[in-house]
Design a protein around this ligand. Structure first.
Ligand code: ADP
Ligand code: MG
Length: 215
């Protein structure tokens, strides 16, 4: 699902990743654990082809990224769900419309959209807020909505960047339980976090990123 071979990346003179290699198999749930500034966000951006490595090869959802061109990029991105730190919603659209939109964009039939939205809102504990605006639900609920939106088109791989940042351990474990349920349905989950306690509590595989390398 993810294969990195000797991947290096720098911003100008600042070297962030040095010859990083690892692989993640289909169906795995993996934490990328590292302190702030260790390069987690950078690595995620490389995985969905938002940045290009300066050296090495990587392949994601079966696609060698060096061979990705402008035409195949949107098709590639459709296979990946992204939960990023600054989740933005359409402020004047309801919770359910925010989930319906990404499906309309890929041409999902209206009845299927309705069913998918209902199922996912139920799974994320947001059904009672379906007609609310994003600003009318709590920060914690918006975070669950962000996860729902990232998986509504049923991606093969979910990349989550610090999805529990700012939450206490109890709420963090709740978010992890949602991700675990998605993993159980077959989705490969890759979560970047600086929270060692959380990563260790979840009993999943941990890849540690430190000083530009994997440990
Ligand atoms: P993390 O997500 O683990 O906190 P980042 O990948 O955001 O780490 O950052 C890794 C390093 O790269 C940090 O030193 C950060 O300051 C630097 N960095 C991140 N983004 C940029 C950028 N767009 N331009 C220059 N430096 C950056
Ligand atoms: Mg980050």
């Amino acid at each position: 699902m993810i294969q990195l071979h000797q991947i290096s990346f720098s911003y100008g003179d600042l070297s962030v990743l040095e010859k990083v290699s690892f692989r993640v198999e289909r169906g795995e749930f993996v934490f990328l654990l590292g302190p702030s500034g260790s390069g987690k966000t950078t690595l995620l951006r490389l995985l969905y082809a938002d940045l290009e490595p300066i050296g090495g090869d990587l392949s994601v959802v079966g696609q060698p990224l060096a061979q990705l061109d402008k035409v195949s990029l949107p098709y590639f991105r459709q296979k990946i769900g992204l939960v990023f730190q600054d989740f933005k919603f359409l402020a004047d659209k309801t919770v359910q419309d925010n989930l319906a939109l990404p499906q309309r964009l890929v041409g999902t039939p209206p009845q299927t959209i309705k069913e998918n939205v209902h199922k996912l809102l139920n799974q994320m504990g947001l059904l009672h807020h379906q007609n609310a605006l994003p600003a009318e639900i709590s920060g914690n609920e918006r975070r669950r909505l962000a996860i729902a939106r990232s998986v509504i088109n049923n991606p093969l791989l979910l990349l989550a960047d610090a999805p529990t940042e700012g939450l206490d351990l109890r709420l963090s474990l709740e978010v992890m339980a949602l991700l675990d349920a998605l993993n159980f349905q077959g989705m490969t989950i890759f979560v970047a976090t600086s929270d060692r306690q959380l990563a260790e509590k979840c009993n999943k595989r941990i890849i540690e990123l430190r000083d530009g390398g994997i440990h």
